[in-house]
Design a protein around this ligand. Structure first.
Ligand SMILES: [Zn+2]
Length: 323
């Protein structure tokens, strides 16, 4: 069968325009060119183009994409190199990847759509990257919280119980009158769960909120979690006695962002807790505000606690607190 090969310079403006159209139509560039030539060229022969592109979908890994295009997940380094990806575990939904043709074949095509010659087996094959879920797409502009309707309590947000052995009883189970916000100084929710599940760590919090807004609970509200250490709030020492501790997954370096999903989950959780235990919005504070001696703790660095208090007050239908 005769093949027509089109060489494409990726810096070419025409190619960029075609790529934009392909992306908008959810097609690979090769598919679009092939379609064009099928419609307008004589004979409607099989046409190939190189390179083709692929837009990363939820659940994709480089290995899975390599399987899709080459029929072999072990060929992922071809895609990794073509896109100058340093960490093969890090791709994201919506990322447009160049899919280079396999050496010795005219083009790369996803299997199932176009018949391709199966690639020759190789003897020394690198291990494909583990299937890491790709990051969710970035949210658009943050929505303002819905205004509280009079008489309507804030709903309990979805919370997953994970437990922790690191707690003791409050002297009075209903002695709950403050919320302490922390940053975990790490980058993963699972890391926090594992750490708080380690009895040797002797630390915990009631809740941790992941970067995606997922809330997990380690300790019952009526129990005393171990998060604040030496501390004082409004003249009362040992804040763990009377506080709920909430950890935000964040590096606490002042640069790591707190994504909007995470912040909104925190607003929802704090509003629900304030309503549940009649906690004043003014008694939501950061670990930095209570740690003794002063300066011992800096978390949650870079987090806007004033905005949190304002938005929680709005959820509760209260005026914004004045500091
Ligand atoms: Zn802390």
């Amino acid at each position: 069968m005769p093949f027509r090969t089109i060489q494409i310079d990726i810096d070419d403006a025409v190619f960029q325009a075609a790529l934009n159209r392909a992306t908008a139509e959810g097609k690979a560039i090769g598919e679009l060119v092939a379609q064009f030539l099928k419609e307008y060229a004589d004979g409607g022969q099989a046409v190939t183009a190189q390179p083709t592109t692929y837009t990363v979908q939820r659940g994709d890994t480089l290995g899975r994409i390599a399987k899709k295009f080459y029929g072999d997940p072990h060929k992922y380094p071809l895609i990794q190199q073509a896109n100058k990806i340093t960490d093969p575990g890090r791709i994201w939904v919506g990322q447009v990847l160049l899919i280079p043709p396999l050496p010795g074949t005219p083009s790369a095509q996803p299997s199932g759509e176009v018949t391709t010659t199966p690639p020759a087996p190789t003897t020394t094959q690198p291990v494909p990257p583990p299937p890491v879920p790709t990051a969710p797409p970035k949210p658009a502009v943050s929505e303002p919280p819905p205004p509280a309707r009079p008489g309507e309590p804030p709903p309990k947000p979805p919370i997953q119980w994970v437990g922790s052995p690191n707690f003791n009883r409050r002297r009075k189970p209903d002695d709950i009158s403050a919320i302490v916000i922390h940053a975990t100084a790490n980058s993963s929710l699972q890391g926090v769960i594992d750490w708080f599940n380690n009895p040797n760590a002797r630390v915990s919090a009631h809740y941790t909120i992941g970067k995606d807004g997922k809330i997990v609970q380690h300790v019952r509200d009526s129990d005393r979690a171990w998060h604040a250490g030496q501390s004082v709030w409004k003249g009362r020492h040992s804040v763990n006695d009377f506080a709920i501790g909430i950890e935000l997954v964040n590096l606490n370096d002042g640069r790591d962002p707190y994504p909007e999903e995470q912040h909104q989950a925190n607003v929802a959780l704090c509003a629900w807790l304030c309503h549940q235990y009649n906690i004043s919005v003014d008694d939501i504070m950061g670990h930095v505000d209570i740690a003794l001696p002063p300066g011992r703790k800096s978390d949650p660095r870079g987090y806007n606690l004033d905005r949190l208090r304002r938005e929680v007050a709005a959820r509760l239908g209260e005026p914004a607190p004045v500091r």
